[in-house]
Design a protein. Structure first.
Lengths: 141, 71
């Protein structure tokens, strides 16, 4: 198996993990908002979100700068996908912030921490899903 | 001068196949992943100058023969 094959396999695994993180982040947000006051659920959401954000960084390249596989996992194409997914995350956060503002004005007040969690979850999930989709689409064909 | 909306076409696939290289072999030769080669060939990703020059050197073609601005 060549270094290209290893990088491709790891790249696919990373994309699948990102879908999982995005789904879990949305799920824990939804469950914890349905059950307010649960510190455990808030803690799980915080841990998952932190792990997801850390995974969006080019950690492999920073930690192993001389590894050929780590370099392939953060090559020109991947960096472009990361830029595009961060842009998607930015717009998701703007839209969700407006949605929270409208909800607070028109419907019911929201706890400040919950408002932050909604905006952060939207940003993180959009970035993760966008990155994973771009990576898998690029690998096809 | 390229304007917004201009598209870059390329003959990367034809040149790669002329040398009997797979996407993986070309990727390995220039130090990028196979999917980066795939997205360049499909016109999805516009490579940096550095990457374009590496491709030209590996495929033994001038860079302006590999990449053209679509009229």
């Amino acid at each position: 198996m060549t270094v290209i094959d290893v990088a491709e396999r790891k790249s696919r695994a990373r994309a699948t993990t990102f879908y999982f993180f995005a789904a879990m982040s949305l799920l824990t947000l939804w469950v914890s908002m349905a059950m307010p006051g649960s510190d455990l659920l808030r803690g799980i959401w915080t841990g998952l979100s932190f792990a997801a954000v850390i995974n969006l960084l080019p950690l492999a390249r920073w930690l192993k700068p001389n590894s050929p596989v780590a370099r392939l996992l953060d090559d020109d194409g991947v960096r472009e996908h990361r830029r595009m997914s961060c842009t998607a995350g930015f717009w998701a956060s703007i839209i969700s912030a407006f949605a929270v503002a409208i909800t607070v004005e028109e419907a019911a007040p929201i706890d400040a921490f919950d408002a932050v969690r909604v905006v952060a979850t939207a940003a993180i999930s959009a970035a993760l899903i966008s990155f994973a989709t771009l990576e898998l689409r690029a690998a096809r064909g | 001068m390229p304007l917004v909306g201009d598209r870059l076409s390329n003959v990367l696939k034809a040149e790669r196949e002329r040398l009997g290289l797979t996407q993986g072999a070309l990727a390995e030769a220039i130090g990028v992943s196979r999917k980066t080669i795939n997205t360049i060939e499909n016109g999805i990703f516009v490579p940096s100058t550095l990457l374009a020059l590496k491709l030209a050197r590996t495929l033994d073609r001038p860079v302006e023969e590999l990449f053209q601005i679509e009229e």
